[in-house]
Each structure stands twice: as C-alpha cells, then as structure tokens.
Design a protein around this ligand. Structure first.
Ligand code: UGA
Ligand code: MN
Length: 321
C-alpha cells in the first residue's frame, strides 16, 4: 500500500499547511485542499505546456527550413567540376548559396576518373544534400588543340542519374564558377516544361537574354548567335523533370559553344509559348556568368624546412592540377 500511504501523507501535510494558513475547520479544510491541489496541478500543467511550446518554437527556429518549404517541388542542381587550384573555393561559394534553398539535391559531378576526398570533405562541411560522382571527358576531346566540350560528360551523367532517381521537380545546370541569386531557385521550382531568364556577364552585350515583346518570347539577345536556335547561356534555363523524362533521348552534345542549344533542341517538341519566362518576365538579372581568375598551381612545400608545422596539414588541402 505504498500509494495509499503516500496519499495520506500528502493529504495530512497539505491539511496542516491549510489549517495554519487559513485556520478553517477540518471539513471545509479538505475541500479547500482539494481546490488548492487542483489549482497547483493546473498551474504545473500550464507552466509545463508553456515551457514545452517555447522550446518547440526555439527548436523550429533553429531548423533551416519550415515544413511548408520542405513540401515544395524538389530541385536537382547539376554542377560540373574539375580539378584545379580554384576548385574548392568555387564549390564552397556555390555550396553556401545552395544552402539557403530548401528541398534540393546537389549533383556534383567531377570530370575525373576517381573522386577526390578533399572535394567530398568540402561538400560534407557545407552540409547541402549531395551526390558526388565522376564522369571523365572522353580522351579524344581531352587531346584536342581546339575548344573542349567542358562539363558535357558531367552533365550527361547527371541526366542519367535523374532518369534513374527523379520523378518530379526541376533540373538546373549550375556551373561551379557562376553567381546565383537564391530567388531564381524558388522561381524555377514551378517551371512546367522549360524556363528561361537573363544571364549577366555574357559576351560583349554584357547579358544574354530572351527578348520579350508584347509579353511574348520574340528571339534572343546575345553577343554571339552562331546559328543557334536557342542562343542562351547554361545558367539561363531550367527544365521540368517530368518533361525531361518524356524525352528519353534528350542529352547534351560534345560540341563546344553549342551545348545549350543542342540540349534544348533535343527536348523537342517545345513551342516558344511553352517556355516560362522567369526573373520578372526577363526584366531582372539573377544569374551571372562570372569567371574566376586562373591561379598558378601551388609550389611544392619544402618538407624538411617545415616539418612538424601546420604547413604540413595545409599542404594536403591544396588542389594541384
Ligand atoms: C561557358 C558556359 O557557361 C558553359 O556552360 C559551357 O560548358 C562552356 O562555356 C563551354 O562551352 O565550354 P565557361 O565559363 O567558358 O563556360 O567554362 P568553364 O566555367 O571553364 O566550364 C564550364 C563548367 O564545366 C564548369 O562547371 C567547370 O567546372 C566544368 N569543366 C570545365 C569541366 O568539368 N571540365 C573541364 O575540363 C573544364
Ligand atoms: Mn565558367
């Protein structure tokens, strides 16, 4: 009878408190005791609920994205990358941009035969959901003295991944060195087939953009048209996944200068009025074709001179071509 004993104890102790405070009779006193303990339990209950709610609110405010953001159509960002001194810096900058975007999978695909642990470490540290894959440029293109089809095998590997793993949402090719305003990602989620928008810092015109006349797509503005049906930059369009999957042969050609055009043509049939015009109907610039200055490869570290120093550690973080 442990419980009963405890009950009696509580009752008697509160009754004694009760009598000492109010000085009322014993029958009346037990009623008051009951009332007081109900009040006490109610107070504890309300206080606990309040504390719980405050903690929950705090927890939710620490979560990067709200449940409504997580329910948005997914974005698949295909980023070609390759080994060079700037690589980790480019990936870090792009990665922290993407970290502001909910429900996104970052497909980082390196033009290499094997993955690089330094790249994987950088991606882990950034904390954006990612897949890191390799897709080397075919040898015949690597050897050529002419312009190379940069990032093409990488992007086609990304398309292959999407055909296997993605059913809905939107795909975007984000080169590792460009600059992106995060609002373009929110806009591209809702593209029904293909979406386009201006890209700054492209050719002598300073911008590559669809031309909109009377609310309709009416050609393209770009310093180099080159006989292209779609003279647009890689950073200036995105494609709906369902639409892509209805075109099982769509891919990017190994044709320098014509990668975007070739890929968009391979999405036929696609009528001009089926192209969504983003960035305030192409009146705004939200992506830029920035180019990073090439840096010379880091010289070898003098291992004798700097043995047992931090430089031995830093040296392992340098990407040498
Ligand atoms: C421009 C376009 O913006 C690219 O989308 C296009 O692929 C390229 O021209 C081209 O036609 O060759 P650009 O700034 O000149 O891009 O080229 P990079 O930034 O050097 O390369 C484009 C992407 O491919 C980058 O993400 C880069 O990391 C990757 N890349 C570059 C490779 O995967 N392998 C390479 O050997 C070079
Ligand atoms: Mn570039």
């Amino acid at each position: 009878m442990k419980g009963g004993g405890a009950y009696i104890n509580i009752g008697s102790s509160s009754s004694s408190i009760n009598s000492s405070v109010s000085g009322s009779g014993s029958a009346n006193g037990s009623k008051m005791t009951l009332g007081k303990s109900v009040k006490m339990y109610l107070t504890i209950f309300i206080a606990t609920t309040c504390i719980y709610m405050v903690l929950y609110q705090y927890h939710m405010s620490r979560e990067p994205f709200s449940p409504s953001e997580i329910g948005k159509p997914p974005l698949y960002i295909i980023t070609p990358t390759y080994r060079r001194p700037e690589q980790l810096a480019e990936l870090t900058r792009l990665g922290y941009t993407l970290k502001h975007v909910a429900n996104l999978l970052w497909l980082v695909i390196e033009d290499a035969n094997k993955t690089n642990p330094l790249v994987a470490h950088t991606l882990d540290r950034i904390g954006v959901p990612y897949e890191y894959m390799v897709a080397p440029m075919p040898e015949k293109y690597k050897q050529t003295k002419k312009a190379k089809p940069r990032g093409v095998s990488n992007r086609n590997r990304g398309l292959e991944y999407l055909r296997q793993h993605a059913t809905e949402g939107v795909l975007y090719f984000a080169d590792d060195d460009n600059t992106y305003d995060i609002s373009i990602f929110e806009q591209m989620r809702y593209i029904s087939k293909v979406g386009m928008w201006p890209v700054g810092l492209v050719t002598k015109t300073g911008v590559s953009s669809p031309i909109i006349r009377n609310g309709k797509l009416d050609g393209y503005y770009d310093g180099w048209i080159g006989g292209r049906k779609y003279p647009v930059d890689m950073a200036g369009f995105a494609v709906n996944i369902k639409f892509l999957r209805q075109r099982p042969h769509a891919q990017m050609p190994f044709k320098p200068g014509y990668e975007e055009d070739g890929f968009l043509r391979s999405l036929a049939p696609l009528a001009n009025d089926e192209i969504d015009l983003l960035a305030d109907e192409c009146r705004d610039i939200l992506t830029w074709h920035t180019q990073t200055k090439k840096n010379p490869p880091a010289q070898a570290l003098n291992k004798t001179r700097y043995s047992n120093t931090n430089l031995e550690h830093i040296d392992k973080l340098l990407v040498r071509p």
